[in-house]
Design a protein around this ligand. Structure first.
Ligand code: 9MR
Length: 601
């Protein structure tokens, strides 16, 4: 009877989960954090559970806490908490006649994940060959893509009929990271990704993670912190995307919808081109070295310009005393970009192009606040402090975790942590971050899977929402020393590593059911057995209950609930792509979880 009833209930989206057994973080737990598992089960009476050691002996036991129906998964769930058990070892969890796969309780649990997740950025590098000795295995070695990328601007008609005049220069924009499964390089999304990795260095600058030689990188051993080696790779690219001084370009000023655009000549010197990308979409697979599409610079945008200003100001702070020349170069570029953005505050990214993503953002007040905060922290200039105070975002509560389109939290994190910020600003910024963390902790009480996200709507790249929230929670833990914030960050990590209704680890190479078929033009073994699968440590975008733009995921539309709207299929670009702005917070959180919880002064 059970056999028949369970699949039927699962079909209509209630009751049992796809995979048997309790759902939990498939790599395991640190001894000193929360340890939670979720059982999808119909009954509402508490069920006995046992934690088993390798010999099958019961080392801890208790009863489940029934939660009831969970709207985000469609499951009825019971929660299991064995947080007080802290003895390192390998264990399995037994409940309701089912036994989990083995998992670890171990202090160094997150080290391999942090390293692998960082290595993703090496493997996304453009302009250089990826070598087996740094990529971990010969299968991930590849020839250099887009070598000597010296390019000019898109010219001629776009999809909306705008006639773009092009530009009278070429820029050498070789290098940087490919954005995702595509090989576009975007300043807007490059900015948040770079910022997160630079921030990971800056918040622990006294004893930074990834000391020289600890990561597998060509630069390891050069006397520079390995995280900074990786961030410099992208920073140089963003610097190269800056429009030369004195250039007048015809750009779409003000809000104009989707085109055709009315173009107005403006002094664009110091702005940043929005992206460098293919003229047309390339097929999957296409190894970077095999891309035959024309590569073009796309028009500058205010958003890209502020991303450059913000990250270059952060760069100036970090590199001071390590490479003063580079720090200076960053500061000069940041100042120019900032002034260019003030001069051209409302040039939104044009959207009518084929061959690359849009990263269009209609509200730039958060980017301006972010860049102002970064430059203020880099220079201490009173005018910038004043400008910040005049911005509505300065006194408004933070409403969201960081995202490529919503960068206010990044500015607030810098105000809360950078040296050189006056104590009153720092205290206020910390209070805002803690208040946001409190909101996320509260959401856990309404989430059946006990994650810091209670909504039933899962958006494109939802796993990065969870990771972004984990960053805010981890910072609140540092500011207060309170473990409950760190435990909530662990809850978010547990979700992406398997504590979800699909029993899915969304990170390649980690867990008993890892993501295996990302939407990626080189790690494309689903299409061609001669191309590799993903290297370990790569995060899928995750559940997306809001858009199903291609045939592989289309059957899910209207037939899946929240967290269940996902497939491990390389065609499903809105569900299973990988991207720098999704892996960056994974690196940040996994690295934070390699460290003891030590309150920040
Ligand atoms: O991450 C982006 C997501 O928030 C948007 O909803 C989506 C559609 O515009 O685009 C995503 O970004 C993609 C980008 O445009 C191109 N490279 C791959 C990115 C991840 O799918």
């Amino acid at each position: 009877m059970k056999r028949i009833v369970l699949p039927l209930l699962a079909l209509i989206g209630i009751g049992a989960s796809d995979a048997p057994g309790p759902h939990l973080n498939q790599i395991g737990f640190r001894p000193d954090t929360a340890k939670r598992a979720i059982l999808a089960a119909i009954g509402s009476a508490p069920l006995p559970w046992q934690l088993l050691d390798e010999g099958g002996h019961v080392v801890a036991q208790g009863r489940t806490a029934p939660f009831g129906a969970d709207a985000a998964s469609g499951d009825k769930v019971h929660r299991i908490d064995f947080g007080s058990f802290a003895t390192p070892g390998t264990y399995r969890l037994r409940v309701d006649g089912q036994v989990s796969h083995p998992f670890a309780i171990e202090a160094g649990l997150y080290r391999p994940l942090a390293r692998a997740a960082l290595n993703f950025f090496y493997q996304q590098r453009a302009g250089v060959a990826i070598e087996a000795r740094f990529a971990g295995s010969p299968q991930w070695a590849r020839a250099a893509g887009h070598v000597r990328e010296v390019v000019t601007c898109f010219k001629g008609p776009d999809l909306a009929g705008t006639n773009w005049p092009g530009c009278p220069y070429r820029l050498d924009v070789t290098g940087g990271w490919y954005d995702a499964g595509d090989q576009g390089k975007y300043v807007v999304n490059g900015g948040i990704s770079l910022w997160m990795l630079q921030n990971l260095y800056e918040i622990d600058a006294a004893s930074p993670p990834f000391p020289d030689g600890s990561a597998t990188l060509p630069e390891a051993g050069n006397g520079i912190n390995d995280l900074l080696d990786e961030t410099r790779w992208e920073m140089r690219f963003l610097l190269a995307m800056q429009v030369p001084d004195g250039q007048t370009l015809a750009l779409p000023v003000g809000r104009q919808g989707r085109g055709p655009y009315r173009l107005t000549p403006v002094d664009a010197g110091g702005m940043a081109h929005h992206k460098i990308a293919d003229r047309n979409w390339t097929r999957l697979p296409t190894a970077p070295a095999d891309d035959r599409e024309e590569r073009l610079l796309y028009p500058p945008s205010t958003a890209a310009t502020l991303n450059l200003a913000a990250t270059a100001a952060q760069c100036a702070r970090i590199w001071r005393g390590i490479d003063d020349g580079f720090a200076k170069r960053c500061l000069v570029a940041a100042g120019k970009a900032y002034r260019a953005a003030l001069r051209n505050p409302d040039i939104y990214a044009a959207q009518a192009f084929n061959g690359s993503g849009g990263y269009g953002d209609g509200d730039l007040s958060d980017e301006l606040y972010w860049a102002t905060a970064e430059l203020y922290a880099a220079t201490g200039m009173p005018e910038l402090a004043e400008a910040l105070k005049r911005m509505p975002l300065h006194d408004a509560p933070l409403t969201a975790e960081p995202s490529w389109a919503g960068t206010a939290a990044l500015g607030t994190i810098t105000l809360a942590t950078a040296t050189g910020v006056v104590p009153s600003e720092r205290t206020a910024a910390r209070a805002k971050l803690i208040a946001l963390a409190d909101r996320f902790v509260e959401e856990e009480t309404r989430s059946g899977y006990h994650i810091p996200y209670a909504s039933t709507a899962y958006s494109w790249g939802s796993n990065s929402v969870l990771m972004g929230r984990a960053m805010i929670l981890s910072l609140a833990a540092r500011f207060t020393g309170e473990e409950r914030y760190r435990d909530a960050a662990v809850d978010a990590m547990d979700y992406v590593l398997g504590r979800n209704p699909l029993d899915q680890s969304y990170v390649s190479g980690f867990g008993w059911k890892p993501m295996t078929n990302p939407h990626h033009r080189f790690w494309a073994h689903q299409f061609d057995a001669k191309t590799p699968g993903p290297p370990p440590g790569v995060l899928s975008g995750g559940a997306n209950s809001t858009s199903f733009p291609e045939p592989a995921s289309a059957p899910l539309k209207g037939h899946c609930i929240g967290q269940r709207c996902w497939i491990d299929d390389a065609r499903a670009y809105a569900h299973n792509e990988v991207a720098i702005n999704w892996n960056a917070p994974l690196v940040w959180v996994a690295t934070d979880l390699t460290r003891p919880l030590a309150p920040t002064r």
